[in-house]
Design a binder for this molecule. Structure first.
Ligand code: UDP
Length: 409
């Protein structure tokens, strides 16, 4: 695990000193993060890096998970999809089950934090205890990582009753803000440039990973790294590859693992394998948790990285690829346009045909592809690194946890 000082070379001495200074103001406060899975997906990815760094700068940050059975995660996945605007049949019984599991977690969990930061909808109901005597002095933050801009009204209204009990809500993009009675704070997610997923790799490591997965190092490679989730449109990615392949020889890498709070993964993976239909140039991999070096190498070995999501919260995989100076073609959804300015730091697309056209253009114009990748790297360096994120969180916790007149920045 890297130390905060290791980031000095990337973001500069002053930034690091400022983070340490403001972190020290939180001394004595416990920040308890709660989500629904320790591995898989962007939230776990961020917390796994953020919590140790917070501790190092003097913030007593902790990380706990709620528990839920298969049924609970089926319900929360349906809620997740419907909050992204997809059609889902969520029954009254489903909502009741969600509330029952929330109550079970409230009985079993210790909410010991001074500031309790709840991530996403699965644990949202824990805020019910906010006005109980033991918890009256605590502050509750709801950190939403989802694009709520086209949320299903019924599902959103169910959650809204909880959201408005929080002291603050946090969204990844101004576009996701909702009409709420509580303050809404904008904090974009981030990647860790020094993690195994993003650090520089020796060429030999990249070659070893390609060999392990049977990928041809000489052939142009289109890659999408994502959970096997319909909202990531892996089937559409195969359509893109087939359109591109009519014009240029290439191979496709579709790699992704699961998350313990995502029950749809296996079904979608099987659909992808069936659609690939034994094409030797389509490499579909189910990655085990913590395949960070593998993902890093696959992204670095790509000619073009795709993120063909139908809906997206932020899309960390986009920043991961841009950090590696890769040209990215991605759907203009959710937080992706925050990361890609069209024709400057990548290419934004809205259709399968458009995506294929852009991929073909980039494969055929390596100079243009290189320029986009370099601009993308700079953009991520300025906006989406973990140090910026850490600073934003510390400032939010200070605002939340102290009377204003005791904070001197
Ligand atoms: N990821 C991973 N293994 C996988 C698939 C994805 O470690 O098999 C990582 C990916 O590199 C990224 C995160 O999980 O860091 C996914 O975050 P993103 O915001 O792209 O999507 P989410 O899964 O949260 O919808």
């Amino acid at each position: 695990m890297n130390s905060i000082n290791d980031y000095t070379d990337i973001v500069g001495f002053e930034t690091i000193e400022e983070i340490k200074k403001i972190g020290s103001y939180l001394s004595g406060k416990i920040i308890q993060n709660i989500n629904s899975t320790p591995v898989g997906g962007g939230v776990a990815e961020i917390l796994g890096r953020m919590v140790p760094l917070m501790k190092e700068v003097g913030v007593d940050a902790r990380w706990d998970f709620i528990k839920g059975g298969e049924r609970f995660f089926e319900v929360t996945k349906k809620m997740h999809n419907s909050l992204h605007g997809m059609k889902e049949d969520i029954t009254e019984d489903d909502f009741r089950h969600f509330l029952d599991v929330t109550d079970e977690n409230l009985r079993e969990m210790n909410l010991y934090g001074d500031i309790i930061c709840i991530h996403d909808p699965q644990p949202i109901g824990l805020v019910k205890i906010k006005n109980n005597n033991n918890h009256k002095d605590k502050k509750f933050i709801w950190r939403c990582h989802i694009d709520l801009s086209s949320a299903n009204v019924k599902t959103f209204n169910f959650l809204k009753k909880f959201i408005e009990k929080y002291d603050y809500s946090v969204f990844s993009s101004p576009l996701f803000a909702k009409k709420l009675k509580i303050p809404q704070i904008l904090i974009s997610p981030s990647i860790d440039p020094l993690s195994d997923k993003n650090k520089d790799l020796p060429q030999q490591t990249i070659n070893d990973v390609l060999e392990k997965f049977g990928i041809d190092p000489e052939k142009k490679t289109i890659t999408q790294v994502s959970r096997f989730d319909r909202l990531k449109d892996p089937l559409g990615v195969i359509d893109v590859y087939r359109l591109v392949k009519k014009h240029v020889d290439c191979q496709l890498v579709l790699a992704g693992g699961g998350a313990t709070d995502d029950p749809e993964g296996i079904e979608v993976f099987n659909e992808v394998v069936a659609k690939a239909g034994g094409d030797k140039d389509i490499h579909v991999f189910k990655l085990p948790p913590a395949s960070n070096i593998e993902i890093n190498a696959l992204q670095r070995a790509s000619t073009v990285v795709l993120q063909k999501s139908i809906k997206e919260g932020f899309g960390l995989t986009v920043s991961e690829a841009l950090w590696k100076s890769k040209p990215v073609v991605a759907s203009a959804v959710g937080g992706i346009p925050l990361q890609i300015t069209h024709r400057h730091s990548g290419l934004l697309s809205r259709t399968t045909e458009g995506t294929a056209l852009y991929v073909k253009q980039l494969i055929q114009n390596p100079e243009y592809a290189k320029q986009l990748g370099e601009n993308g790297h700079e953009h991520v360096k300025r906006n989406f690194l973990i140090t910026r994120h850490l600073r934003d969180y510390i400032l939010l916790f200070l605002k939340t946890g102290f009377k204003e007149d005791t904070v001197y920045l």
